[in-house]
Structure formats: C-alpha cells, structure tokens
Design a protein around this ligand. Structure first.
Ligand code: 13P
Ligand code: SF4
Length: 351
C-alpha cells in the first residue's frame, strides 16, 4: 500500500530506536529523526504528485526503509512488486542491476536509481563479451545468471535466478549442464547442494565474488558458537562453502528474515549485510544479534537527499535506459526464472 501520509519524527524514531548495529551510520536519536522529517515529507508529497512508487532493498539505511518505502524486500520480491505497481515512475533505492531488472519488466515506466554509487562487485565482475566467449567454450551448457548481473549479461543467458530460488531452479531446469555466473561461492554452494539432493549435473561457474560476503569465515562461526552455544547462524548463499556448511540456515535476505521471525531461537549471528540486522532489531526487538556488522558501500550510497533530488529532476545517470533488443533478450531470462521459481516455494534449511 503506497505510503503517502505525512510522517512525524516520533513515529519514525519509534521504528529506529532499537537499531544498534552499523556504528554511527545506523544509530538514531529523536533529534536525528527531526532532521530527516522535512526531507521525508517532501519525498512523500512529490511521490504522490508524480505518481511514483518507491522500492527499497533491505540493505539500504533504515531511515529510508522506515520512512518513504512503499515496498521493502529482497531482489526477487522487489522485482515482483515492480511488476504489480501501477505507478508511472519507479524509484528503485538499491543498486543499478535491480533498477535494470525493474526496467526490463516495466519498459513503459520511468525507472530511477538514486544511489550515488550504484555498483555491485558481482554484477561488475562479468561482461556480455565474457559470456559470448564462454558460450563458445561451453556450447552445450545452459547459461544461468544470478540476478546480480547487468542487463547486457542477462541478455546473453538462458535463465536468471535470485538467492531466493537458485537451488530450486538449478534442480528443476531441464538441462544437466549448467554454467552459473558470476558468483564463484554460490556456484560452489550449488555444486554441494545438488550433490546433497542426489542430483547429477555438470555445474561450471565464473569467479566473481561479493566483497561483503567474501569476508565471512567459518572461524568466526566457531568462535561465536563457543561463546553462545544456543546461537543460530544464518548465512546468505554468497558466503563461501565452509560458512554455508557450518550455518543453521542459508537463504536469500527475505528467507533469512522469515526464518528468524518463525524460529523459537532468540540469538543469531547474521552473515549478510547489516541492513538485515537493522530490520531484525526494528521489527523483532525480542531477538538478539551477536557478532559484528558489515556494510555494502553501494547500497549505503543511497540517501534521502538523493531520493528527493531524483524525484524532482533525475540526473541522466540516475535514469535507467535499455536498448529494446537487449531488453527483450534479457526479459526471456527473467520470464524463464518466473516460470521455474513459481513451481513451488524454495529455501534450504540445514537444521
Ligand atoms: P537478495 O536477493 O537476497 O536480497 O540479495 C541481493 C544481494 O545483493 C545480496 O548481496
Ligand atoms: Fe553486490 Fe555484495 Fe553489495 Fe549485494 S552486498 S549489492 S552482492 S556488493
């Protein structure tokens, strides 16, 4: 339901007051909320005037998540939300590849990505030319791209996946030779998971990494488990195989939140970007987090100021433009994803 009513500083503070992660980037006082409120209400007013919808990834700073967002979630849920929206303008507060996904699905809408630095180390690790070269090398393989790729790369592939559906799609896809790109850790996790499920597929993968998830180690898990025996470890599949093997639950960001919401456990080590820790603290204050927090500088390059400027008059660099032939080819990868993802819900529980 689009959020257009004016917000007050105490209402915003109420959502933010329990957030204690992320150092000064994500810690709040009523005074700080009073400073945000004029910006927030101007964004809400303009959003209505311009018939815009604001989609926000969970990794973005909490003052944005809890003030101007119409929809908050992971890349799969947000791409679904983008398709449902009747708005004329989509403001995608995340990174470029997510805005591109919204544009592929909504060619007649204006899609704006306000971030100052909307990159992603995974999406930036591979080009369309790389995929063309790989296709010559592996002519019998199905090319499967993670959603963290550019539109040009999606256009060269057969099917797209997100962290919420990757295992399910690899299992269901009618091909026993798969080239997965660009994440090498997710690629190795796929190989291990298919082995565990008794599914024989030849899976090759590219060598990209997410610079945030790459930092997590199994040693951190062992240390935390020895200090807090009742802790549950939740990890994103962009973490390495050792981390995944030693975690209690592995899934996309929305699945991780769902797991923590439903389980009776109260203490967690969360091996993913800090925005998700903020959501847990704001929405489930009785749950406790242990361990430290890592920020994605690209997701955190979104700010209320940029959202306002982009709504008033976006810079050319903030407006997503895609050549129609490329869009149509990339759309095929996304349509294949929706077809296989909606066969039945997926996630992997290793409890
Ligand atoms: P999700 O699709 O799980 O939200 O992940 C996106 C991402 O960029 C993780 O680093
Ligand atoms: Fe990309 Fe990693 Fe940031 Fe996600 S957390 S947007 S994969 S750099």
């Amino acid at each position: 339901m689009p959020n257009v009513l004016p917000l007050t500083a105490p209402e915003l503070y109420d959502k933010l007051k329990n957030i204690k992660v992320g150092g000064s980037v994500c810690q709040y006082s009523l005074k700080k909320c009073e400073e945000y409120i004029p910006l927030v209400n101007e964004i809400l007013r303009l959003k209505k005037e311009k018939n815009a919808v604001i989609l926000v990834h969970s990794y973005v700073t909490p003052e944005i998540v809890y003030s101007v967002a119409d929809y908050v979630g992971d890349s799969y849920k947000l791409s679904r939300d983008a398709m449902k929206s009747k708005a004329r303008v989509i403001v995608f507060v995340a990174v470029r590849f997510m805005g591109e996904t919204a544009k592929i699905l909504n060619p007649d809408k204006e899609v704006i990505v306000p971030a100052k630095d909307p990159g992603c180390t995974l999406a930036d690790s591979i080009t369309a030319q790389d995929v063309q070269n790989l296709r010559k090398q592996y002519p019998d393989h199905t090319f499967m791209c993670y959603v963290n790729t550019s539109v040009e790369v999606k256009a060269e592939c057969d099917v797209c996946v997100t962290s919420a559906n990757v295992y399910q799609i690899v299992e269901k896809y009618p091909s026993d030779k798969i080239y997965f790109l660009p994440d090498k850790f997710m690629g190795q996790n796929l190989v291990n998971e298919m082995k565990k499920r008794g599914i024989k597929k030849d899976i090759k993968f590219w060598n990209g990494v997410c610079y945030v998830h790459e930092e997590y180690t199994a040693e951190q898990i062992f240390k935390v488990r020895s200090e807090y025996p009742d802790v549950k470890i939740v990890a994103h599949p962009e973490c390495n195989a050792e981390v995944v093997r030693n975690s209690d639950f592995v899934g996309g960001t929305e699945q991780l939140l769902d797991y923590m919401r439903k389980t009776r456990a109260r203490k967690f080590l969360m091996l993913t970007e800090c925005g998700l820790s903020s959501r847990l603290q704001s929405e489930f204050p009785d749950k406790e987090l242990v361990g430290s927090c890592s920020l994605c500088k690209y997701m955190k390059s979104n700010a209320l100021e940029e959202i306002l400027e982009a709504l008033k008059s976006p810079k050319p660099s903030q407006v997503v433009k895609i050549d129609e032939p490329v869009r149509l080819r990339a759309l095929k990868s996304l349509e294949a994803m929706f077809q296989y993802a909606e066969m039945k819900p997926s996630s992997r529980v290793c409890e």
